[in-house]
Design a protein around this ligand. Structure first.
Ligand SMILES: Nc1ncnc2c1ncn2[C@@H]1O[C@H](COP(=O)(O)OP(=O)(O)O)[C@@H](O)[C@H]1O
Ligand SMILES: [Mg+2]
Length: 324
């Protein structure tokens, strides 16, 4: 069998993905969630590395739905700040499974999605040294302000691209874990499993099932299932605040909203003295950038979605701040 090359998103055979992940071995696991297990895939022929996500059969969302959502929504997208999809696989194989003291043949569909491999991992890990609740590094990484500001701008450019497509895409699960960093710390929006595609006429959608991440879901979505571009803006606001302050938005277990976190940020971080004490070596212009990012973040988390800025407004505001 000729080894498929890994250039364009293409259908890759299951056997090939099994081979490059060392038979989906534990050693190659990058992450494990109810939605899917992510493996590092290394092509033995040319040494190229890709990330291979194997969707879980008993995921909270049926794998075929998650698969269709990610593959169809992300497949054709090409942008510096969106994770690049390189391949996919959906293969039904016959397998013997034990049932009622005998073996029966069953059709098992394996769904896999392959992405460019981003060696620096998630923004969550880079900001807080944690992965979900797990601490993966005891040293809190120190990222300077210029890098933080560049990351914020990159994420906003990626989101503007999604919201301004002819048929817009709403991400629905923006948070530091779903933003990845490449070797040069360029941010890439990832994990489109919950994303929605909006028809041209449609700007708002109501859903019965509310799935997302505690602490990042907009109140109108959390309490009324209302989905719109502004729900992404709410989540983006929290991400901007976390990057700027270096403080983590940890919602309490029974408190799905981020109100306490937002209130604390509004109290402390809107004061120039506080900002200067947290960023002691920054010159005046950069301190103004920090303050502006806090203000943008706080506007994004307005409870009334109509008061939140659009992504185009946000990018304009950031561009007006200069690069230093
Ligand atoms: N392309 C990639 N390269 C490197 N690490 C990745 C890549 N995609 C995801 N990861 C890591 O795996 C984690 C989970 O990936 P994600 O796509 O968000 O799946 P899910 O949340 O459904 O499990 C991320 O937070 C990140 O740490
Ligand atoms: Mg995720």
């Amino acid at each position: 069998m000729a080894t498929p090359s890994l250039v364009l998103p293409k259908e890759l055979p299951y056997e090939f993905l099994k081979k490059i992940t060392d038979d989906f071995s534990d050693d190659r696991k990058i992450s494990d969630s109810p939605f899917g297990i992510l493996y590092k895939g290394i092509n033995p022929d040319d040494g190229k590395v890709i990330a291979v996500k194997k969707l879980q059969e008993n995921a909270p969302m049926p794998p075929n739905k998650a698969f269709a959502q990610e593959v169809q929504n992300v497949m054709a997208l090409k942008h510096d700040n969106i994770v690049q999809l390189v391949g996919f696989c959906s293969e039904t194989t016959k397998r013997l499974v034990q049932f009622d003291k005998r073996y029966i043949q069953a059709d098992i569909t394996e769904s896999l999605i392959c992405y460019e491999y981003l060696p620096n991992g998630s923004l969550q890990k880079n900001l807080f040294g944690t992965k979900g609740d797990k601490v993966v590094s005891s040293v809190k990484p120190d990222i300077d302000w210029d890098t933080r500001f560049t990351i914020i701008k990159g994420i906003c450019h990626g989101l503007r691209f999604l919201h301004k497509l002819d048929i817009p895409i709403i991400h629905m699960d923006l948070k530091p874990e779903n933003i990845l960093l490449d070797a040069n710390m360029v941010p890439k929006i990832a994990d489109f499993a919950l994303s929605r595609v909006f028809g041209q006429e449609q700007t708002r959608l109501c859903t019965q099932t509310v799935v997302g991440s505690y602490g990042y879901m907009a109140p109108e979505y959390l309490y009324r299932g209302e989905t719109s571009a502004q729900s992404d803006i709410y989540s983006l606001g929290l991400v901007i605040i976390e990057i700027t302050t270096g403080e983590q938005n940890c919602p309490e277990k029974d408190q799905p909203s981020a109100r306490n976190f937002i209130d604390k940020v509004r109290e402390k971080w809107t004061k120039e003295e506080h900002i200067a004490s947290k960023y002691p070596s920054l010159e005046y212009g950069c301190l103004q950038q920090v303050l502006a990012c806090i203000n943008i973040g706080l506007k994004c988390v307005a409870i009334d979605r109509k008061l939140r800025p659009s992504i185009v407004d946000i990018v304009d505001m950031l561009n007006g701040l200069g690069s230093r």
